[in-house]
Design a protein around this ligand. Structure first.
Ligand SMILES: *[C@@H]1O[C@H](CO)[C@@H](O)[C@H](O)[C@H]1NC(C)=O
Ligand SMILES: *[C@@H]1O[C@H](CO)[C@@H](O)[C@H](O)[C@H]1NC(C)=O
Length: 260
């Protein structure tokens, strides 16, 4: 080849590489600017917890544990978190974003305390081995990975509350006759189909023994319901008949033994 031809070939090659690089570039810059090297998530999972089951584990009390406040202890599914997921069953975590700052959500504290209470006294580990409040853990570990659908901490908590209000799982189950009880057992298939009928998505269930502990529903990035991706059975750890324990009757009975 003559040397002008080689030069032309080179230019063509460089040009192609530039075009190829440019395609992924903008998204890449967006992610790198936030310091995250993890690829963008595929869908959301709203995880709800049943306090009647969680609170049976309460062994001592503290002010941060909603299981301990008898007067306004929750008797509805409360929020555990809004998690970002990949279609292959894995998930990103601890992406970059500002550290949790409760001041950012000062206008949301009332619904947060009511619908997103901590059901434990322990401080969960957040990212980088730091321990902190339940809400901080959820924001730093999961919320930061919801970018660019959710831009900041305030939007993360507000969005989660809105999705939770819109898809009232407690209401669906109560109306189908699945009400808190310490003696009844309910067919798991009935619980699953009542959610399917109401929201057109199959929930994921988690049990502790035969008591329903968590119910999770999945959403596209536009918050339309979809099935969760991985093909493990939605029955999870649950037996065929499950209970929905009434809060307080098996768990924390009296505060005379409270350690703190
Ligand atoms: C424990 O009981 C006492 C008196 O019955 C009450 O004043 C207090 O608020 C209770 N504490 C908790 C954490 O429930
Ligand atoms: C969901 O429904 C239950 C049962 O009807 C009700 O008590 C609760 O207030 C509702 N939750 C929200 C967030 O609207």
């Amino acid at each position: 080849m003559s040397s002008p031809a080689i030069v032309n070939l080179w230019m063509l090659l460089v040009c192609c590489i530039l075009i190829a690089v440019k395609g992924g570039w903008d998204e890449e810059v967006g992610l790198l600017r936030r310091g995250g090297k993890q690829r963008q998530f595929d869908y959301f999972k709203l995880a709800l917890q049943w306090p009647g089951t969680y609170c049976r584990k309460t062994r001592h009390c503290c002010s941060s544990n909603a299981c301990c406040s008898r007067s306004n202890s929750p008797s509805v599914f409360t929020i555990h978190g809004l998690w970002t997921e990949y279609n292959d069953g894995t998930w990103p975590s601890c992406c970059s974003g500002r550290p949790f700052d409760q001041k950012e959500i000062s206008t949301l504290l009332e619904p947060m305390r009511k619908y997103w209470p901590s059901l434990s006294c322990s401080s969960p580990r957040s990212c980088h081995h730091k321990k902190g409040p339940f809400w901080g853990h959820e924001w730093e570990k999961h919320g930061t990975c919801a970018y660019p659908v959710v831009l900041d901490e305030y939007e993360f908590f507000l969005t989660t509350l809105n999705v939770y209000f819109k898809y009232n799982v407690t209401e669906v189950l109560f109306e189908a006759g699945y009400v808190p009880s310490d003696s009844e057992k309910y067919p798991l298939g009935g619980i699953i189909s009542s959610i399917q009928n109401a929201f057109h998505t199959t929930p994921e269930l988690v049990c502790s023994g035969d008591a329903l502990e968590e119910l999770r529903i999945c959403f596209y990035k536009n918050f339309e319901p979809r099935d969760c991706a991985h093909d493990t059975s939605s029955r999870g750890s649950c037996p065929q008949y499950v209970s929905l324990p009434a809060h307080g009757s098996w768990g924390f009975r009296s505060n005379t033994t409270a350690a703190s």
